[in-house]
Design a protein around this ligand. Structure first.
Ligand code: NAP
Ligand code: ZN
Ligand code: ZN
Length: 348
C-alpha cells in the first residue's frame, strides 16, 4: 500500500507530529485525491483528546478536505482527473438502509464510516485529511464549484453543511428570526448562510469582542451572553436558534429565547449531558433538537448555493508545522474564523 505524508496524533495529550500513513490502492469506484487544503474542525480536537470515547491511535484527523482528482478507478463516472473536489465527514455508508436511500447517509442505520477513526471495509482504521492524499469512493466525493476560492472551500465540507442542513430543515428564510450561538468555524458559516437565505440573524457570542466581524458577516444584531440583560431583552424572540458552541451551556436560558413554536437545534458537540427543564419546553410549545452534518446530495446543494451567493468561509492559512499552535488557538476561540492547513507544506 502506498505511504503518504501526514500529521498524526499518537496520544490524547501529546502534539501531532509529521510521519507517513498508508492509503489503499485505487479500487474500481475509487477516486484518488491529492489534498491541497484541510480545515481544522473543533471535532478533530474533541476526538484526539478522547472527549468522545477511546481513540484508535495513531490517528490522522481532518474531515474538511479540498483537493484535485489525480486518478480514478475504471467504474468511476462522477469525477475526472483534474477536477476540484471535496470530502467531508463521511467516506462510506451502507447505501441500502431507508435513511441512506432517502439521501440521509449521515443517519445511516448501520452508522456511516467516519473519514477518520472509522472502520473501513477492509477492517483498517480510516485516516483523515491532514495528509497529502486520500482514496475515497466516488459517492462521497463532492464537486467544488469554480466560483468558490479553493483555499477557503475545505471548511464547507463540515462547518458549511452542518449549519446549512438545520437552517434548511427549519426553514430559515424571510420573516424568520434566527440566532446563532458561538461565532467560531460553524457559527460564522451559520451567520453567512442564514443571511443569504433571507433570515433576520442575531449572533449570541460570549462577549462583544467580535461584534464588527459578526455584523460584516451578515448578522443584523449582536449580543453578548456574558451580560444577563441579553436574556431578558431577547426572551420569546427567535424562531430558530442554532447552537454551535463546543462547551456545555445552560440550555434552559437559550430555550427561553424561543418564540411560539421555536426550536433550538444543537450542532455543538460537548460530551457532557445537558439538562433541559421540561417546563421551559411547555411554554411556546418549544422544541429542542440535534443535527449532524448533512447528506451527500444536500452537501452538493450547499456547495452550489455558496457558489451562487458568493459565500465562502473566512480562513486563516496555516503551515503544517503550525497545526499544534492552531489547535491551541481554536481552544482559545482565537481563530478568524477557520484555520486551513496548506497541505503543500507537509513533508514526510
Ligand atoms: P470553534 O471554531 O471552536 O467555535 C466554537 C465557538 O463556541 C467559539 O468560537 C466560541 O464562540 C464558542 N465557545 C467556545 N467555548 C465556549 C464556552 N466555554 N462558553 C461559551 N461559548 C463558547 O468550533 P467549531 O469547529 O465551530 O465546532 C463547534 C462545535 O460543533 C464543536 O463541538 C464540534 O465538535 C461540533 N461539530 C458538530 C458537528 C455536527 O455534525 N453536529 C459538525 C461539526 C462540528 P464565541 O467566542 O463567539 O462565544
Ligand atoms: Zn467537523
Ligand atoms: Zn445506511
Amino acid at each position: 500500500m502506498p505511504l503518504v505524508p501526514a500529521y498524526t496524533a499518537t496520544s490524547e495529550t501529546g502534539p501531532l507530529a509529521p510521519g507517513v500513513i498508508s492509503r489503499r490502492e485505487v479500487g474500481p469506484k475509487d477516486v484518488l485525491i491529492e489534498i491541497a487544503w484541510a480545515g481544522i474542525c473543533h471535532s478533530d480536537i474533541h476526538t484526539v483528546r478522547g472527549e468522545w470515547g477511546p481513540v484508535p491511535f495513531p490517528l490522522t484527523v481532518g474531515h474538511e478536505i479540498a483537493g484535485f482528482v489525480t486518478e480514478v478507478g475504471p467504474e468511476v463516472t462522477r469525477h475526472r482527473v483534474g477536477d476540484r473536489v471535496g470530502v467531508g465527514v463521511m467516506v462510506n455508508s451502507c447505501r441500502t438502509c431507508a435513511n441512506c436511500r432517502a439521501g440521509f447517509e449521515q443517519y445511516c442505520l448501520d452508522g456511516f464510516t467516519d473519514t477518520y477513526g472509522g472502520t473501513d471495509a477492509d477492517g483498517s482504521v480510516t485516516q483523515g485529511g491532514y495528509s497529502s492524499h486520500i482514496v475515497v469512493d466516488e459517492h462521497f466525493v463532492l464537486r467544488i464549484p469554480e466560483a468558490i476560492p479553493f483555499e477557503s472551500a475545505a471548511p464547507l465540507l463540515c462547518a458549511g453543511i452542518t449549519t446549512y442542513s438545520p437552517l434548511r430543515r427549519w426553514n430559515a428564510g424571510p420573516g424568520k428570526k434566527v440566532a446563532v450561538v458561538g461565532l467560531g468555524g460553524l457559527g460564522h458559516m451559520a451567520v453567512k448562510l442564514a443571511h443569504a437565505l433571507g433570515a433576520e440573524v442575531t449572533v449570541l457570542s460570549q462577549s462583544l469582542r467580535k461584534r464588527d466581524d459578526g455584523l460584516r458577516l451578515g448578522a443584523d444584531h449582536y449580543y453578548a451572553t456574558d451580560d444577563p440583560a441579553t436574556f431578558k431583552e431577547l426572551a420569546n424572540t427567535f424562531d430558530l436558534i442554532v447552537n454551535t458552541v463546543s462547551a456545555p451551556l445552560d440550555l434552559n436560558a437559550y430555550l427561553g429565547l424561543l418564540a411560539l413554536h421555536g426550536t433550538v437545534v444543537n450542532v455543538g458537540a460537548p460530551p457532557e449531558p445537558v439538562p433541559v427543564t421540561l417546563f421551559t419546553l411547555f411554554e411556546n410549545q418549544r422544541s429542542f433538537s440535534g443535527s449532524k452534518i448533512g447528506g451527500i446530495a444536500e452537501t452538493q446543494e450547499m456547495l452550489d448555493f455558496c457558489a451562487e451567493h458568493g459565500i465562502a468561509p473566512e480562513v486563516e492559512i496555516v503551515r503544517a508545522d503550525q497545526i499544534n499552535e492552531a489547535w491551541d488557538r481554536v481552544l482559545a476561540s482565537d481563530v478568524r474564523y477557520r484555520a486551513v492547513i496548506d497541505i503543500s507544506t507537509l513533508t514526510p
